[in-house]
Design a protein around this ligand. Structure first.
Ligand code: 1GP
Length: 255
């Protein structure tokens, strides 16, 4: 896909699924969690299940050949592959786009603007589509990798008004997406009350992820106002095409 195409594609998928009161489904694959062959197999399951796109990344990335992995996945899969970076090092010209994350719930200047300045010239050189995304970390019952690695404090899960203020600020700053993140493997996913309150005041598409393990939980996020649901750990752990299909149907509300 060429520049700006992926963002438009996501908006089109959101609109498409909203007709059945559903949302778009974006599985997340962390290449560090399994070998390359398994990663490619999971990506195929996701496409077969009807996923709208696939996110690739994680807080840390030890897998040392992201370019080859993405090229190999793209030989098998035609839905967009979007980078979900943990740092300015997690880039590849072979991805379709990158969620250009600004960790707005934190006060770590490096993750608000620093990594962006380092990565921007490379993104430009790669002609990678950058989708500005306000990334909000929400307290989820235990310290997650993203909380520890980012050295930021998540928004307390009962402080809905603080979350709403951050989401509004993201919208006023022109972010194209807002990502409410419990953190990978979170004990508790983002509360539906918080999603609902943000949805009431913000027009920007909302992504919700972190700790979503069941189709029912995924569907509840959409019913509360999420436009995109991200599931990673549960798909990797189950490694079962039927589970991915059930998840996709729950998010799309097509079951
Ligand atoms: C993490 O939101 C994603 O960044 C997905 O989280 O791995 O817990 O599904 P899980």
């Amino acid at each position: 896909m060429t520049l700006v195409k992926c963002h438009s594609y996501l908006l089109e998928r959101i609109k498409h699924h909203s007709a059945s009161r559903g949302g778009a489904f974006l599985p997340l694959i962390d290449p560090d969690k399994q070998d390359y062959a398994t990663t490619i197999r999971i990506a195929c399951h996701c496409q077969d299940a009807g996923a709208d796109a696939i996110l690739i990344g994680g807080s840390l990335l030890f897998s040392n050949d992201l370019d080859t992995l993405i090229q190999n996945i793209k030989e098998e899969v035609s839905i967009p592959l979007i980078l979900f970076p943990g740092s300015s090092m997690h880039l590849s010209p072979y991805a379709d786009a990158i969620f250009y994350l600004s960790l707005i719930s934190g006060r770590n200047a490096n993750l608000l603007i620093g990594e962006h300045v380092i990565s921007a010239p490379i993104i430009h050189k790669y002609q990678l589509e950058a989708i500005p995304t306000g990334y909000m970390l929400i307290e989820s019952g235990r310290v997650t990798s993203v909380e520890f690695v980012s050295n930021t404090r998540p928004i307390p899960r009962n402080k809905t008004s603080i979350a709403v203020a951050h989401a509004l600020a993201a919208e006023y700053l022109g972010m194209k997406l807002i990502y409410l993140e419990g953190g990978s493997g979170a004990l508790q996913s983002v509360p539906v009350e918080m999603i609902r309150a943000i949805r009431e005041v913000v027009q920007t598409p909302l992504i919700v992820g972190g700790g979503i393990r069941t189709p029912e939980e995924a569907a509840a996020k959409v019913e509360a106002g999420a436009n995109i649901v991200v599931v990673g750990t549960a798909i990797e752990q189950q490694d079962d095409p039927t589970f991915v299909r059930t998840m996709a149907a729950a998010v799309h509300q097509s079951g």
